[in-house]
Design a protein around this ligand. Structure first.
Ligand SMILES: [Fe+2]
Ligand SMILES: [Fe+2]
Length: 339
């Protein structure tokens, strides 16, 4: 369905699936001018329009998935420094200095870690001059968090033409979901705090892997989304036979990412399928809240459906979601100002 912002006249397409999830009229902020757009369930829907079929002859399903996963082996691995740092952190006898030593071995990463440490969010603007200094002042858990950010900023920062994401869009969204997941975990499962941050940061990494394959099928995706007003996630499932969440969780095995993080990535769009896995609900909720805050990809994100079980599963109150929105926005604003 097409809607027009009454304030700036910009036109947007909203997937019908999102409209079906509405139980009453809502007002959403226009991504362009931030003015309110009123939407009611059923508005402009054409139930007789058939969903278009995937283009014939296109490779899809498990064959395509195996080919994509096979090609990942040719890509440069995730920075080794992150893997080594994780091993150091896992040893109870490790010190600040052991962690700093691992990071200092990669100068490109050192530069990025220092930029993050000096960003306004960590409150040390311009004062941290070495990784060792950052480890002492901020503690090894925060240093690990900054290392994760430094290792992923380049890969998550790229343009994804298949998804119509400009350079930096996915990076900003991932930062928001990482921060939101960490805040939620601190509240409901404190022992998962660091894993929640990592899982939130890479939850949409499947989009990076899939982007060239979507570009190859751009017309089929455009036709599917336009003609049936379906979500892009459903277009992935329909045209490719799997979605970015499923693919990323399998890529995690190749990247040697722990299985419980892979599970949360697998279920970030359908946490109810995770057999009551707290990390899956945490990442899903942070993703939905980031999208509702406008830290996502256009209007599609504005109506991102928070799973009805998420609020009760995480024992959240309505106020918690609005305060989470504020905290996510603050983290993204302050960390991106200097990175
Ligand atoms: Fe996603
Ligand atoms: Fe996401």
């Amino acid at each position: 369905m097409k809607i027009r912002c009454p304030h700036c006249s910009k036109e947007y397409t909203i997937p019908d699936e999102r409209l079906k999830a509405l139980t009453g009229a809502v007002t959403i902020p226009c991504p362009s001018c931030r003015g309110g757009i009123d939407i009611s369930p059923g508005q402009g829907r054409d139930p007789s329009a058939p969903a278009p079929r995937a283009a014939k002859g296109e490779e899809r399903g498990s064959g395509l998935k195996e080919r994509i996963l096979g090609s990942l082996k040719d890509l440069p691995p995730m920075p080794q420094v992150a893997q080594k740092a994780r091993e150091v952190m896992a040893k109870p006898t490790s010190s600040f200095s052991d962690l700093a030593k691992v990071i200092e071995a990669d100068q490109a990463i050192v530069t990025r870690v220092l930029k993050i440490a000096n960003s306004p969010y960590y409150g040390l603007s311009g004062k941290v001059s070495s990784v060792r200094h950052a480890a002492v002042v901020l503690g090894s858990k925060t240093l690990m968090e900054m290392l994760n950010l430094a290792c992923s900023s380049e890969i998550l920062g790229q343009t994804l033409a298949g998804y119509d994401l400009e350079a930096g869009d996915l990076w900003t969204h991932s930062l928001g979901v990482a921060a939101g997941s960490q805040i939620l975990a601190r509240r409901v499962k404190p022992e998962l705090e660091q894993d929640a941050f990592s899982a939130g940061l890479i939850h949409d990494a499947g989009k990076i892997i899939l982007d060239p394959y979507i570009q190859e099928r751009k017309q089929a995706f455009r036709d599917f989304v336009n003609k049936s007003s379906e979500t892009f996630l459903n277009a992935e499932r329909h045209i490719l036979g799997f979605d970015h969440a499923e693919l990323a969780s399998e890529a995690c095995r190749i990247w040697q990412i722990p299985a419980h993080i892979a599970k949360a990535i697998r279920h970030h769009h359908d946490p109810a399928e995770s057999q009551a896995d707290p990390l899956s609900f945490i990442v899903h909720t942070a993703d939905a809240v980031a999208m509702m805050s406008g830290i996502g990809a256009g209007l599609d994100g504005m109506l991102y459906a928070l799973h009805p079980k998420a609020v009760s599963f995480l024992k959240l109150k309505p106020d918690d979601l609005s305060s989470l929105m504020g905290q996510i926005a603050e983290f993204v604003d302050k960390t991106t100002r200097e990175i």
